[in-house]
Ligand binder design. Structure first.
Ligand SMILES: *Cc1c(COP(=O)(O)O)cnc(C)c1O
Length: 329
């Protein structure tokens, strides 16, 4: 089986980079990956010892962090190769790097169809040591698109070209994000690069037979409840108007806490084991929920925004459901 590059960019998908990274290292991740040098420094400061791959382009970064915190850069442009080569030479050290090939995403990476012209300079850089070649899929989560298969073929051709240009057989290959690794074992190669799956999230719209548990939960508590008379409205913009007597509970969590504004009139939360709708606007620090159908809601009652409250299927709200309700990921 392939080894794992555990992706913990963007503060480990919001879960807390330091603690998550140490847990993944302890669980056996061969390498971690993050978006930029600053994120890599956070991981090292938390105590991470395994190699850390930086995905992003380096052209506007201060490169000192690469050396001070022994991070592994991705080289995805000729100018990045020159900059890292120069910085390494001036420090009289050698830098291990991963080479990124663009096989059809048309974002970062050396074009797959231009390698004979572009690679010799990079491969000839005396202070750069190539550890791995990789690419990234644009459509791994969409079985309708032919691009996924085209990218796989182009990547394998690119690796063959690189070998002809002198890249050793020991240099490894990787390509698969979560969706790609679920989809096709032919793209597992030497490493896979899951992010979402590590946090218990199957990338939408895919379904999976894996028994994954989302690791994040987000809870609050009811701070007040009140009755509405027929015709009365609640919150900014009076977006929700009661057509019969209703009971509203106030929950002290709002967009400043990360609850998307679009959850107004669309999202649900769990209180006393019941699903109840978010009504009215999402405020900066509060939401209001309609608890008319729930018995005896009181200040202090637990409110589950993401997570589980009870054992029934419907007593769980995961981040996929929340995202789907508002048309985001
Ligand atoms: C974010 C990212 C991944 C992980 O993607 P998931 O869909 O979360 O598994 C893998 N590779 C690269 C280059 C990435 O930027």
């Amino acid at each position: 089986p392939p080894a794992i590059i555990a992706v913990v960019k963007a503060n480990a998908y919001g879960h807390g980079a330091g603690r998550v990274a140490l847990a993944l290292e302890h669980a056996g991740a061969t390498m971690l990956a993050c978006a930029d040098i600053e994120e890599g420094i956070v991981l090292r400061r938390a105590g991470v010892r395994v190699p850390i791959l930086v995905f992003g382009a380096l052209s506007v970064s201060h490169l000192d962090g690469l050396f001070e915190f022994s991070l592994t850069p991705t080289i995805s442009t000729p100018s990045a190769a020159r900059a890292v080569q120069a910085a390494a030479a001036s420090r009289k050290v050698r830098v291990h790097y991963h080479l990124k090939i663009d096989t059809g995403m048309n974002r970062l990476g050396f074009r797959h169809d231009n390698l004979r012209r572009m690679l010799p300079e990079v491969l000839g850089s005396p202070n750069l040591v190539l550890d791995a070649i990789y690419t990234h899929f644009a459509t791994a989560d969409d079985p309708e698109q032919a691009l996924f298969g085209e990218q796989r073929v182009r990547f394998e051709e690119a690796v063959r070209t690189a070998r002809e240009l002198g890249v050793a057989e020991t240099v490894s290959r990787h390509a698969a994000n979560s969706a790609a690794l679920l989809r096709d074992s032919r793209v597992w190669y030497d490493f896979v690069r899951p992010g979402l799956l590590l946090f218990g999230i199957v990338p939408p719209p895919l379904a999976s037979t894996l028994a994954l548990q989302p690791v994040m939960s987000l809870t609050s508590r009811v701070v007040a409840s009140k009755g509405l008379r027929p015709g009365e409205a609640v919150g900014y913009g009076a977006r929700f108007r009661a057509d019969a007597p209703a009971t509203i509970a106030v929950v002290p969590a709002g967009y400043a806490d990360g609850l998307d504004l679009r959850l107004a009139e669309r999202g649900q939360v769990l209180i006393r084991g019941c699903r109840v709708p978010i009504v009215g606007a999402v405020s900066m620090d509060m939401i209001t929920v309609d608890v008319t159908a729930v018995d005896a809601v009181q200040p202090g009652d637990e409110v589950v925004l993401i997570g589980r409250q009870g054992t029934e299927d419907w007593q769980q709200i995961d981040v996929r459901e929340m995202a789907a309700a508002i048309g985001t990921i």
